[in-house]
Design a protein around this ligand. Structure first.
Ligand code: GLC
Length: 558
């Protein structure tokens, strides 16, 4: 089938979590000037789009995902002038900037909410979702993503407001046309400034089912699940089409929706190839595979056949209809080498490269989260006092105080799954604090920075960084990697992830051993005379029966 070619399909995106990327002024918090200083590093890696986690003014209840002014820069990160310099410097290097757009909610310190809560007839009242008490308590049984009820009582008007995240993140009322107009005009303001697109935070949750009914409550759960009445709600596609018309259409943008709860059937609406809504979405099915009775809090491992089934479903269902995003990590997920690879000793680098190859040879736009290109690992946090993340801290209290999980186990779960694993400072070099800051970092540095850091890896051809660089270059040079059709082989195999890509007579075979064991595999006849494009074992050729080493991965081209 003829492919609809687009620059954003041919791109590789790098996510920066500004708070932890590079601190230029010694206050222990990363900043915009720090990012500007490191643009050459990113250019060297080869990426061409940066997704910038929020840099807007914020009281930082949720590290910038609670915005109090959409048109101002967070003081700790610098000034609007610093932003403009960063943007221009990125553009000079051929790197585009995709902003985080957090518009399901604002901060409770946003001017709109400050007004809204003043009185029932305030002009901003309907910017948010207010409800009367029901039978003397919360309007419904929904729990918030960060623990507790999703409703907060507000004395001034004797009513409750909805917050799907923290109490300091009241949900905007998207049914109100004025809210939509405000958001679209703010987006145009940034686009006129020259930014290149948006990553849209929890965008699948902006439309709520009228009446806000109670959600299903699992046995033993403290609250009901808002999912069925919030996720992919009744008007979400209307709102996104309106956003396309009123904000995005005149500009050449890249857009990706963060869409928890999205299925492939929904994704072909959000990310349809006709660009009527977004360019692509982040699906959560791959991350939800190790969830359980207590949401994500456990030590369970994802089983490879299940992971393959999910990714295969996305690769094949979206073919010719919509575009995929490809990611292992972001600021909300633990480090991938600790989750799906092996983060200890000799296997760390091999498994980090194997995971990279597996993802970057699939169809879609790949996303790299800062430090992933070095094979950064989870962090040996000691006690609760080491954690900074509101989700982790609230979950610890909620589960332990209600006797659902004991304290030691909960700490183990936090060490394995906490979002803080991804949020410790970037490892630049072996100097104190990994070269991230000359002050005291806002969160502890992972002690393994003396061994794992950018400086060391830039100086070594066999490093994880150099491997990512090669993967990105291969993608840039070979349309089969961007546009080829995906086909999964050996779906049931417990150790091997194997697939082909086909495009205009070219074919690629990708073989990844997800296990620490040696494994043999038969290379399909047609690939016997193929070229090995990339291998984490420096393998030069393949023939017939292949004996794979632990975490070995390679791609063969014919
Ligand atoms: C998204 C963000 C996450 C944030 C939440 C609320 O899931 O990625 O970091 O806490 O939305 O804004």
């Amino acid at each position: 089938m003829e492919q609809n070619k687009k620059w954003w399909k041919e791109s590789v995106v790098y996510q920066i979590y500004p708070r932890s990327f590079m601190d230029s002024d010694g206050d222990g918090i990363g900043d915009l000037r720090g990012i500007t200083q490191k643009l050459d590093y990113l250019k060297e890696l080869g990426i061409n789009v940066i997704w910038l986690s929020p840099v807007y003014q914020s009281p930082n209840d949720d590290n910038g995902y609670d915005i109090s002014d959409y048109q101002a820069v967070m003081k700790e990160f610098g000034t609007m002038e610093d932003f403009d310099v960063m943007l221009a410097s990125a553009h000079e290097r051929g790197i585009r900037i995709m902003m985080d757009l957090v518009v399901n909610h604002t901060s409770d310190e946003h001017r709109w909410f400050v007004e809204s809560r003043k009185s029932k007839d305030n002009p901003y009242r309907d910017y948010y979702i207010w409800q009367e008490a029901k039978d003397g308590r919360e309007p419904n049984n929904w729990g918030s993503c960060f623990g507790g009820s999703a409703w907060k009582y507000d004395e001034t008007t004797d009513m409750y407001y909805l917050h799907l995240f923290s109490k300091k993140q009241p949900d905007l009322n998207w049914e109100n046309e004025k809210v939509r107009e405000e958001v679209f005009s703010m987006m145009r303001w940034w686009l006129d400034k020259g930014v290149d697109g948006f990553r849209m935070d929890v965008i699948s949750m902006i439309s709520k089912v009228p009446g806000l009914p109670d959600g299903p409550k699992a046995e033993g759960a403290l609250y009901g699940d808002f999912g069925p009445y919030v996720i992919n709600g009744p008007h979400v596609h209307d709102y996104l089409k309106e956003m396309r018309d009123k904000a995005l259409a005149p500009y050449d943008t890249i857009t990706v929706g963060e869409t928890s709860g999205v299925t492939v059937q929904e994704a072909v609406k959000y990310a349809a190839d006709d660009e009527s809504e977004l360019n692509m979405v982040f699906q959560f099915e791959q991350n939800d595979l190790d969830g359980g009775e207590h949401s994500k809090w456990n030590l369970d491992k994802i089983r490879l056949p299940e992971l393959k089934a999910v990714l295969n479903r996305w690769q094949t269902y979206l073919e010719g209809r919509a575009w995929n995003s490809l990611y292992w990590s972001n600021h909300d997920q633990p480090r991938i080498v600790s989750r799906l690879g092996n983060d200890s000793g000799e296997y760390r680098e091999l498994s980090a490269k194997m995971l990279a190859l597996c993802l970057h040879m699939m169809k879609g736009t790949p996303y790299i989260y800062q430090g992933e290109e070095l094979g950064m690992t989870n962090v040996p946090f000691e006690g609760l006092e080491d954690f900074r993340d509101i989700e982790s801290i609230n979950a610890y209290h909620e589960y332990t105080e209600n006797n659902l999980i004991d304290k030691d186990n909960m700490l183990e779960y936090l060490r394995y799954k906490s979002r803080d694993n991804a949020r410790t400072p970037m490892h630049w070099d072996e100097s104190p604090n990994a070269g991230f800051t000359e002050g005291t970092p806002w969160i502890k540095v992972n002690p393994n920075y003396t061994e794992i850091n950018a400086k060391e890896q830039l100086g070594r051809d066999s490093s994880v960084f150099r491997f990512y660089q090669r993967l990105i270059r291969l993608r840039k040079e070979n349309p089969v990697i961007v546009y080829g059709r995906f086909e999964l082989l050996l779906p049931e195999d417990e150790d091997l992830f194997m697939y082909t890509r086909s495009y205009e007579g070219e074919k690629l075979l990708v073989i990844c051993n997800f296990s620490g064991k040696e494994r043999s595999v038969t290379v399909p006849e047609e690939f016997a005379a193929g070229d090995v494009w990339i291998s984490n074992y420096e393998r030069q050729s393949v023939r017939g029966e292949l004996s794979l080493g632990a975490y070995e991965a390679l791609a063969i081209h014919i």
